[in-house]
Design a protein around this ligand. Sequence first.
Ligand SMILES: CC(C)(COP(=O)(O)OP(=O)(O)OC[C@H]1O[C@@H](n2cnc3c(N)ncnc32)[C@H](O)[C@@H]1OP(=O)(O)O)[C@@H](O)C(=O)NCCC(=O)NCCS
Length: 140
Amino acid sequence: MNIAYTESADGVTPAMLAGFFEGWPVAPSPDQHLEILRAADRVVLARDQHRVVGFITALTDGILAAYIPLLEVLPDHRGTGIGSELIARMLRALDGLYMVDLLCDPPAQAFYERCGMTRATGMLIRDRGALGRPDDRGSV
Ligand SMILES: CC(C)(COP(=O)(O)OP(=O)(O)OC[C@H]1O[C@@H](n2cnc3c(N)ncnc32)[C@H](O)[C@@H]1OP(=O)(O)O)[C@@H](O)C(=O)NCCC(=O)NCCS
């Protein structure tokens, strides 16, 4: 399998982003997904010939702190090292910052520990109305 990694969403179309946000009760549409990739301060994409098969985003002030809100690999590409490569590349891109944070469920903590991160406790708010009604979220 030939996977290329890029640090920009240039050339990506919404149609190339199908299949992500598996299991989310309210998921961004592919159009919104592309906007997210373009608006993030840092992005790393894993691409095969025709589509994006994995992605990671980060938001950062560029001085002190960064947050990694999203990391996902398409189900049929999992377990082949793509997720590890995406987080490794992102941590290199954020190297030098004091703090790099993300939230994850307990079963994923071992995965992030292997990538050099440390277990922690966090807090959050989720507003499921924030993405709009499905009919308002564009096509594809
Ligand atoms: C987490 C994710 C990105 C890992 O991608 P991947 O390409 O499969 O990762 P890799 O192939 O590099 O590594 C897979 C290893 O991580 C482990 N792992 C990853 N996520 C895990 C999870 N949620 N629970 C348990 N184990 C997990 C796998 O069991 C596997 O372990 P092994 O190497 O000992 O077999 C992918 O499983 C995914 O997209 N999950 C759904 C979205 C998600 O949970 N994102 C993270 C939100 S914090």
